[in-house]
Design a protein around this ligand. Structure first.
Ligand code: ADP
Length: 529
């Protein structure tokens, strides 16, 4: 079936009551209806669901939607039932159904009543379901949260890895639609490769949130007082404060209350009734501030959240983007303030220590990006967008000023000779080391790896010991952002030389290094070990 533009608008109105498509929706819907494999990357709130729901309702047969969480599926099904029950239904097929319910779902599919069938990836591996679905008319297969397929995503699910194989068994020519709200270039590549849809039509919306102001402050012992001051300056505004642990959530909520701030806690340790009560109180503006773990936020659509504070830095840039993304949905002001101490990174590393080695390596690499973000002196917006594979031009964009680093540029000093030493060490050590070993080599400290390569006998070993490890770490990060060095993803972060780095060695040029507040003595940061 091929539809004209006018038809699609009519269908949109008929099924959803909307008169306009949002962003790229129309092109995506047209691509799906025209049976193309399709890849959709849109930030949360961009309107991804409609991209596959509308084609599912228009087309003959049942669309299968793979989704990782039962709670998410239930929300979606309830929503779609509210919209279009007269045109067909949405069903969930998962382990929570009993035999009679499964039978009913199957009958509805056979009778062509079910337009959308939500399944968990585990359910799709069930032989019985595959055999059944093989015989049905399937319009297309949508993979929601498609970044789960990549170990380089922030939420890798091994079950997602088998999807391609199963989809093939259900039908060779079923169009595949992959959707995600976060995908770095590497994750995008993995998704297309793993699903076997290299030629998929790709639709990527911008991740730029022009109305959000990004700021990172050093986390000191006085962080709670800093937060209280900030909230009081923003008196009466809605805000979310994220903490890592439930215990900290409780403590901080209490501290805020004692200080006259209208705040409540939210975390998965509270019973369902309290959680839902606290959520409603926030939505209905009975309280200004929610202090929460990451359990808070999924499906929360409060348009006028004016600030998101991170008491503890999150474990990936993806999480940070998601969580800060809850501010300023209405297009108004949204202040994103993160408190950062290197100690917190070490804490997060420790949490990962029980996990399989490959997972730890990925987790570590994602964390290093968070460190780089927190310590960067370049525009934070530029950093975030670069992370998601998007370029941001500070010269021409008005929102460039919505950023602490751009508003208050840090002091800089000439570091040409230091950079020369750094790059030479990377080269002399045969581009085998991650930043930790490179920095150790420069300051003349060894570990097992360094000894095994006999790097301690290299004439450059210890040549930079006049400056501390924190300095050399900061220089390495700045050299990475400036493109003299690059981090190799396949080897989980081994530092390599770029062409620009080689040229620099031939012909050294001025390099202005930014003085990093993170290493000031009065902060609570541990040196890099
Ligand atoms: P995502 O899955 O990308 O996070 P959703 O699909 O949940 O986003 O959509 C976000 C919100 O936008 C929902 O409230 C949805 O009803 C609304 N929405 C989606 N498409 C349109 C549209 N064309 N016109 C108006 N509102 C829309």
């Amino acid at each position: 079936m091929s539809l004209t533009e006018i038809d699609l608008h009519k269908q949109l109105k008929k099924y959803f009551g909307f008169s306009q498509f949002k962003g790229l929706q129309e092109d995506v819907v047209a691509s799906i209806v025209n049976k193309h494999d399709t890849f959709v990357i849109m930030p949360t709130g961009g309107g991804k669901s409609l991209c596959y729901q509308l084609p599912a309702l228009i087309e003959e047969g049942t669309a299968i939607v793979v989704s990782p969480l039962i709670a998410l599926m239930k929300n979606q099904v309830d929503a779609i039932r509210g919209i279009s029950s007269e045109y067909g239904v949405a069903h969930v097929l998962n382990s929570s159904l009993n035999k009679t319910e499964v039978k009913q779902v199957k009958e509805d599919i056979i009778n062509g009543v079910t337009k959308l069938l939500y399944v968990a990836p585990e359910s799709l591996t069930k032989e019985d379901y595959v055999e059944f679905l093989k015989e049905q008319k399937i319009s297309f297969l949508a993979i929601d949260e498609a970044h789960c397929i990549s170990e380089w995503g922030h939420d890798f699910r091994p079950e997602y890895r088998n999807l391609r194989h199963i989809i093939k068994r259900i039908g060779e020519n079923i169009p595949i639609i992959a959707l995600t709200a976060t995908a770095t270039p590497k994750v995008q590549e993995d998704i297309l490769k793993n699903l076997g849809i290299p030629k998929a039509k790709t639709f990527k919306a911008s991740f730029n949130r022009p109305n959000l102001y990004y700021e990172v402050r050093p986390k000191t012992k006085n962080v709670d007082a800093d937060i209280i001051r900030f909230v009081k300056q923003n008196n009466g505004k809605s805000g979310i404060i994220y903490c890592l642990s439930r215990k900290k959530v409780e403590e901080l909520a209490q501290t805020l209350q004692v200080n006259g701030i209208n705040a409540i806690p939210y975390h998965a340790g509270l019973d369902a009734k309290t959680r839902s009560k606290h959520q409603d109180m926030f939505l209905m503006e009975e309280v200004d501030v929610v202090v929460a773990t990451i359990a808070f936020g999924m499906g929360i659509d409060k348009p006028d959240v004016r600030f998101v504070i991170h008491h503890d830095i999150p474990k990936s840039i993806e999480s940070y983007y998601q969580e800060t993304g809850r501010a300023g949905r209405d297009g108004g002001e949204g202040h994103c303030l993160a408190f950062y101490a290197y100690k917190d990174i070490e804490k997060l590393e420790k949490f990962m220590s029980g996990k399989p080695v490959a997972e730890q390596e990925v987790g570590h690499a994602l964390l290093q990006e968070v460190v780089a973000y927190a310590e960067t002196s370049i525009s934070r917006r530029k950093f975030i967008l670069h992370y998601f594979g998007e370029e941001f031009d500070e010269e021409t964009m008005d929102e460039a000023k919505m950023d602490d680093n751009v508003r208050n540029p840090k002091k800089q000093h000439e570091a040409k000779e230091d950079l020369e030493l750094l790059i030479q060490v990377v080269k002399d050590t045969k581009q085998l080391y991650k930043s930790k070993e490179i920095v150790k080599t420069i300051v003349g400290k060894s570990n097992a790896l360094i000894l095994s390569h006999k790097t301690d006998t290299n004439p450059l070993f210890g040549k930079g010991k006049g400056k501390d490890e924190g300095f050399w770490m900061a220089l390495t990060r700045q050299a990475l952002v400036a493109g003299y060095l690059r981090k190799d993803i396949e080897t989980y972060g081994v530092i390599k030389l770029t062409e620009k780095g080689e040229e620099f060695l031939q012909n050294p040029e001025s390099f202005m290094m930014t003085h990093d507040h993170i290493f000031d003595e009065n902060t609570d940061n541990a040196a890099v070990s």
